[in-house]
Design a protein around this ligand. Structure first.
Ligand SMILES: [Zn+2]
Ligand SMILES: [Zn+2]
Length: 432
């Protein structure tokens, strides 16, 4: 068969809309009810097959990579969009009787393929990740056991249809969006079989089929997602008059998980740690698809960092450091306010400045240090992490008055007050 892109007359990078437009135009042109040229029907089928493959991103990718060989024989993937061709066909050619199976092959009398059926199935997040075998109950049509599918009462048989004289077809004129056509349609009396059942089977009313409840075990592979369709071959409705059975399509819906979510093949958990855990590092417990697992938080981790949980599938953890009571952070630098007494600030002192990572450093305060002075302690901010250097720690001096001063303290301070310069002298001068 020719290259699918050539068949549809599009380039290899055509977007889905272009594909669909081109397919619709060609399908109208070559539809066997419209185009009577020899070969039109074959061409129509080829276009349909090409579109079926290229309209599904999965099969298109396989075709791009491996050509027709990548499609596995008939080019019918077990998973994926099987609806594209049939849907379009119905939309465009619903005026043409008996066109539902495409290509016109079903207009012939004789065996008729059973319908495909849909089953909606909801599974849990874990089941989707690990795969599971599920037992489901379905209802479908099976070949009638009483008449073995013939539709006739035991001892009787079908007789020739009088409407079509056994031809199975009638001619009729049909108006369509593309003009008026005389077309051959299946006989409405015998539905194209050319035969009618004079004495129908009581069990199935002459249909040769009966509704049956059936339990099925469905194997759901690991890694499915909402929207995945699984095909269970031959579990649709049975065919009539010996025709093949349709298939059962299982449409999956995957329930969400309270703390995990899917991102392609990865699974994300979101955990929140506090500031100190981000600075110091910690080992915490996180949910994974197979239970809680320890997660090591490295010291100095960045906000929104992704961490893998080793040995636990592809679980990934998002870490978000929350706010801290007295530390503020800018990039990898940390800062906090360092309270000083009036005397320490005035006379100078050596004080212990606590470090966020624990412990403290000795900090020399020069005499005459004013509130707001920023002092740098190099390398004591966020610890080095993942090739990024450690940040610095900044302490901002705040001079605080003595709390609850005694009478003696007050008296001493009053004495000092007369001795020291008015700190507002300079701004008084500027005001004139
Ligand atoms: Zn029967
Ligand atoms: Zn008939």
């Amino acid at each position: 068969m020719a290259d699918y892109y050539d068949l549809l007359g599009v380039s290899r990078d055509a977007d889905p809309e272009t594909l669909k437009r081109s397919y619709r135009r060609l399908a109208r042109q070559y539809h066997p009810d419209v185009n009577k040229d020899p070969g039109a029907e074959d061409k129509f089928k080829e276009i349909g097959q090409a579109y079926e493959v290229l309209s599904d991103p999965q099969t298109r990718a396989r075709y791009d990579q491996f050509g027709e060989a990548g499609l596995g024989g008939g080019g019918m993937p077990d998973m994926g969009d099987m609806g594209g061709f049939a849907d379009l066909f119905e939309t465009f050619f619903s005026g043409f009787g008996g066109a539902q199976q495409g290509g016109g092959g079903q207009r012939r009398r004789g065996p008729r393929q059973g319908d495909d059926l849909r089953l909606d199935l909801t599974i849990s997040f874990q089941e989707a990740v690990f795969g599971i075998e599920k037992e489901v109950q379905i209802r479908h049509l099976e070949t009638c056991t009483t008449c073995k599918g013939s539709g006739a009462k035991a001892g009787s048989g079908p007789t020739t249809c009088s409407t079509c004289s056994g031809q199975g077809q009638v001619r009729r004129a049909t108006r369509t969006p593309f003009g008026s056509f005389t077309q051959v349609a299946p006989c409405p009396t015998c539905e194209g079989s050319g035969q009618v059942i004079a004495d129908p089977c009581n069990a199935c009313g002459g249909q040769g089929l009966q509704q049956v409840r059936k339990k099925l075990r469905i194997n759901i592979p690991a890694g499915v997602d909402s929207g995945t369709r699984l095909r269970v071959a031959n579990e649709g409705n049975a065919g009539q008059r010996g025709g093949p059975a349709g298939d059962l399509y299982v449409f999956l819906t995957v329930q969400s998980h309270p703390s995990l979510r899917r991102d392609g093949i990865n699974i994300h958990a979101e955990v929140t740690i506090n500031y100190l855990q981000a600075i110091l590092g910690d080992t915490i417990e996180v949910d994974t698809v197979d239970g809680p697992a320890p997660l090591e938080i490295p010291a100095g981790i960045e906000d929104e960092e992704l961490l893998s949980v080793p040995g636990r599938l592809d679980a990934v953890v998002r870490v978000r450091a929350d706010s801290h009571a007295w530390l503020t952070r800018e990039e990898r630098d940390l800062s906090y306010d360092l309270p000083l007494s009036i005397t320490e600030a005035t006379l100078g002192a050596t004080v212990d400045a606590p470090l966020p990572t624990g412990g403290s450093v000795s900090l020399k305060i020069p005499a005459g240090t004013a509130s707001g002075k920023k002092m740098r302690i190099a390398g004591k901010g966020m610890p080095a992490f993942n090739g990024r250097p450690a940040g610095d720690l900044f302490v901002v001096v705040q001079i605080v008055p003595p709390r609850d001063p005694s009478e003696m303290t007050k008296s001493l301070l009053r004495e000092i007050a007369g001795q020291i310069e008015n700190p507002r002298a300079r701004i008084a001068h500027l005001r004139g």
